[in-house]
Design a protein around this ligand. Sequence first.
Ligand SMILES: O=C(CO)[C@@H](O)[C@H](O)CF
Length: 535
Amino acid sequence: MASSPGLCFLGWDFSTQQLKVIAVDERLRVIYEDIINFDKDLPEFGTQGGVYIHDDRLSVSSPVLMWIKALDLILEKMKSAGFNFSTVKALSGAGQQHGSVYWKEGARSVLQNLSPVLPLHQSLKNCFSVSNSPVWMDSSTSAQCNSLEEKVGGAQKLADITGSRAYERFTGNQIAKIYSRDPEVYSQTEKISLVSNFAASLFLGAYAPIDYSDGSGMNLLQIREKVWNQVCLDACAPQLGKKLDQPVPSSKILGLISPYYTERFGFNPACKIVAFTGDNPASLAGMRLSEGDIAISLGTSDTLFLWIKEPNPALEGHVFCNPVDSQAFMALLCYKNGSLMREKIRDEFVLGSWEEFSKALESTAAGNGGKVGFYFDVREITPGAVGIHRFDAHNVETPAFPKEVEIRALIEGQFMAKRIHAEKLGYKILPTTKILATGGASHNKAILQILSDVFGVPVYTIDTANSACLGSAYRAIHGLATEAGLPLTDVMKSAPGPRLAATPAAGTSQIYQPLLKRYTELEQKILLYGELVEG
Ligand SMILES: O=C(CO)[C@@H](O)[C@H](O)CF
């Protein structure tokens, strides 16, 4: 579908399983969308869910050249579809958070002199000192986390400074692991990017800086002062500050698009690049959250996040700098066992059919007859548990549930966990609270109904499940508007509002109140069991 003759803005999302692009016109109407699925469209890399899960079941990475080749492919798809690149006034984007890219010495000049007759992946194929980038699903850096917390003065001290205690997926700990595993590779690295500013660098044709919001996911940034914390930098690797450059506000205009794109695709040379950020911060921008609302992204990771004015970092969850208002913050809880777990149960029990999956949910009652399940295929973040645990109505562990019960136990368990840990962190569920759902599973009405029942509040969805992508297009506009001194809220007045998708079914709050209590007790039981088993 070609773009409209007017001006437009592009939003990009370099997520775990795919690369997405959305174009919106000046009235924020979506005029173009496209997607490259890494597993399906780039099979030569052999990823599963966009990643490699290594034999230790802890290390998880993605090939950086796959992300670059995906950009080559999607730009060619847009060109073949007749997209008019010359109408793009500005672009911004998002990347899966915490992942890291290691640019080899000499890469800067290659990036600045891209030949328009070559695809990006050919020009950049020798520019990375680490070919498989660690990504957010990695949990192999516990030693580095312990060391960082110790050097800073403890877990809560680190959370007070950076917004989070040390987490295995957080980038500072990943860099520390690479430095300790191979100091030579580290010394050959002239720049380290997150996935977000790596993607921005591709469009800029130069190294783009890390923004405050995605930089908050590294255990390195002082979230109030918005500067790197020198003790944290030194605890991870030597001279790290030089390899990161200074962080910038998420609405900063970084510069004009690289001549590579004007010559190869016909982009307007005046097209501006606005700082890229993390997928969740970009989603927050795209979902127009109001005070008290909760956003839940049901994607590869399930994440619950909300807009907050004051940071109250704790030993669970995260506080990031806000991507829209640099004086505000965003709170976030992340669950690794999101869509990949739902897809695994769907494939195992209903032959891969979402229709049958939904029928199973609709054919079972709220509360599942008291049966409760915990489904952690990979080590979960909150709580730090792994494995599948099923309990009957008498809290007796059982090896299996009937198909329909299993499917409901998965979904109820995923949402009860979110509610319990959100309330534990002080998130208040008020009578005016609403949930805004996004991500792939937000298309599934049966899943959203259970979300509404468990939280006891209405659930809304926005126009597209790609909120990070849409939010990035809005942020491209915001970057220009900031120059004119306009807040994003003014820019987004004409954006489509959220649509009501589900309200709590009668009587469900009486069912879930006791069940939430049991879930909390059973979670402690499996955590204790895990500690006993791991010793
Ligand atoms: O780790 C996460 C957030 O902290 C995930 O939501 C990733 O951003 C998913 F890409």
